[in-house]
Design a binder for this molecule. Structure first.
Ligand code: CIR
Length: 275
């Protein structure tokens, strides 16, 4: 039931007209170009639709400029869905529509167990890295220890580890995974302690690939395809070699406008593995 293997389904959510008001950690050097952001998000959605059999498009929500960053609303672990309590108060109600969609998708062939985090827990899916039976949860400005404790109760068969986030908005702003045993991390000093903690927890069969660009350290695996950020040639060449080694095809997407609102590749979808 790895999310780096065959996928059962996926959820995406369109870019709202209000996206220009999305939360931003820093003011971007140039303003977001909405048309370009929309085209980039459409290209992303098409890539997901091309490689995942069942893709549900959750209705857009103009009252939530960040709603396209659907990853933050839930954690999908096998057939357990944990509906999150998003760290930024202005985004908190994004989870409701996603919970409704999971409830409507639930059937005898697709037996989902839907859980919910409750206050004082806060958690963004961008802080959740799954590798095999391990779930690493970033302790960041958005996600807290109460969420880690609740996740341990809700998912007792998973090995859950809290990782202090030393840089970036979320844990996965600076790292992600190529597979259950290959971590991908930005080659930057604040990231080393985070990567070492994850590697030590995974054990000796795991390894880490470093790329020079933080943005390029977040990749999306769609079964046999690796989606990477276009525009970071040094990182791209490392990622292409790794993909070749694993027999994966590569799709490079330019997500420059979503990046201006701190969006990464994983943040625009929720992936449900085949089991
Ligand atoms: C936020 O600040 O919440 C959004 N502008 C960006 C969220 C990105 N989410 C993610 O990478 N999982």
């Amino acid at each position: 039931m790895s999310i780096y293997g065959p996928l059962h389904s996926a959820l995406v959510r369109p870019l709202p007209r209000s996206f220009l008001s999305a939360l931003k950690k820093h003011k971007p050097e140039t303003p977001i170009d909405w048309d370009l952001a929309h085209a980039q998000h459409e290209a992303y959605t098409k890539a997901v639709q091309a490689h995942v059999a069942n893709v549900t498009v959750v209705p857009v929500d103009e009252n939530h400029p960040d709603c396209c960053f659907i990853e933050d609303t839930a954690i999908v672990s096998g057939r357990d869905i944990v509906i999150s309590r998003i760290g930024a108060e202005s985004r908190r109600d994004e989870s409701g529509a996603v919970a409704n969609v999971f409830e409507s998708l639930r059937s005898s062939d697709f037996a989902l167990t839907i859980h919910r985090l409750f206050a004082p827990a806060t958690l963004d899916g961008g802080d959740v890295l799954q590798m095999g039976e391990h779930i690493f949860v970033g302790l960041s400005e958005r996600s807290n220890k109460a969420a880690v404790d609740q996740l341990k109760d809700l998912l007792p068969t998973r090995k859950i580890t809290a990782v202090p986030v030393a840089d970036g908005l979320h844990l996965k702003s600076v790292l992600s995974a190529l597979s259950d045993s290959v971590l991908l991390a930005a080659d930057l000093p604040p990231v080393y302690a985070m990567a070492s903690q994850i590697l030590e927890t995974l054990g000796s069969s795991a390894r880490c690939v470093y790329v020079p660009d933080a943005i390029a350290a977040n990749v999306l695996r769609l079964d046999r395809v690796l989606v990477i950020q276009a525009g970071y040639p040094k990182s791209e060449s490392i990622l292409r070699k790794e993909a070749e080694r694993e027999g994966l095809d590569v799709i490079a997407l330019n997500m420059s406008e979503l990046t201006k609102a701190d969006g990464a590749l994983t943040c625009c979808s929720l992936l449900v593995p085949q089991i």
